[in-house]
Write a protein that binds this ligand. Structure first.
Ligand code: CP
Length: 325
């Protein structure tokens, strides 16, 4: 069974959230619309809505995370759910327990949803295909395969600034080879009708055959970001590189680091995005990361409302359709 078969119910509604691949434009827009309706909750005096009151959500993070873990926790709490946080050092997997046994143990405590980040591609799908029918699973990043909630929050951020997806030029720059974010974003951008999607980086960091995903490859920064409306910068994921694929961080910055001078070839109203964590002076200069074109911290804020929408949708707490309640 594919992840797409596993994540949708018989009516095409989200049951789990595992991958962007195969999601329809309408379903993506429905998530964005629901997220828009949650965006104001964080600005209220009481930052809570009762949609998931009485539900128990478990954050299972087997890889480091700042943004994703904390925004999932905040999103769950703002939906009034109870939240447990487990990681590879605080769980009994560090004593040799299998993921499946851990899962059965947590299910015996009547948990309603698992949010999983794992170094192995397919981990969230593995869990989703083994949980009880009433338990829900969200992929918070699996290996280099997929980071679907990051892609949705990035689409939400793009839509806030540039709502006309079929007119956009989007450049994804950096270590595409090891990036689950890049893969998920390409699927999302294509589903939303973006006609010009570019991947930009040295040959060693661009996967062979990626053109089959509907993107154009550039091995030189200036030509890749020329006239771009959106630039997504990616971190060098050295923890996933099996051998030295680059001469060094300084040389990389000299060729592919985004500076204000280089940004001038993009559109004047370009937005600069980065899923984080950022490495200043490696893929991005501080003057860009902290500059007027950067929407990096907006991405973080949007992560809360997007994750609230996805959690509420898969729990069946929102009416299906484009208008959020
Ligand atoms: N974007 C992202 O996944 O960041 P974290 O690793 O901090 O969660």
């Amino acid at each position: 069974m594919t992840a797409q078969d596993t994540q949708l119910d018989q009516y095409g509604r989200l049951k789990h959230f595992l991958t962007i691949e195969g999601l329809s434009r309408d379903l993506l827009l429905e998530i964005l619309d629901h997220a828009e309706s949650f965006a104001g909750v964080g600005e209220r005096a009481v930052k809570k809505v009762p949609l998931l009151r009485g539900k128990t959500i478990v954050n299972l993070f087997f890889e480091p995370s700042t943004r994703t873990r904390t925004t999932f926790e905040l999103a769950a709490k703002r939906l009034s759910a109870d939240v447990l946080n487990l990681n590879s050092t605080t769980s009994s997997t560090s004593k040799g327990e299998s993921l499946q046994d851990m899962l059965h143990t947590l299910q015996a405590m009547y948990c309603d949803m698992f949010i999983i980040r794992h170094g192995n591609s397919g981990a969230a799908h593995f869990i989703a295909s083994r949980v009880s029918p009433d338990v829900r699973v969200i992929n918070a990043g699996d290996g280099r395969h997929s980071h679907p909630t990051q892609a949705v929050l990035d689409m939400f951020t793009i839509r806030r600034h540039k709502p006309d997806f079929p007119r956009l030029r989007v450049a994804i720059v950096g270590d595409v080879a090891h990036s689950r974010v890049a893969r998920s974003e390409i699927h999302a951008l294509r589903a939303l009708g973006v006609p010009d999607i570019r991947v930009v980086g040295p040959k060693t960091l661009i996967p062979a055959g990626i053109e089959s995903m509907g993107v154009t490859v550039y091995n030189e920064l200036e030509s890749g970001i020329r006239d771009a409306d959106v630039i997504v910068m990616l971190r060098l994921q050295r923890e996933r590189m099996r051998s030295a694929l680059l001469p060094g961080a300084k040389e990389y910055f000299n060729c592919f680091g985004l500076t204000n001078a280089r940004l001038r070839v993009a559109r004047e109203d370009v937005i600069v995005m980065h899923p984080g964590p950022i490495n200043r002076g490696v893929e991005i200069d501080s003057e860009v990361a902290d500059g007027a074109r950067s929407v990096i911290l907006q991405q973080v804020s949007h992560g809360i409302s997007v994750r609230m929408a996805i959690m509420a949708m898969i729990m069946g707490s929102l009416a299906p359709g484009r208008e959020a309640g």
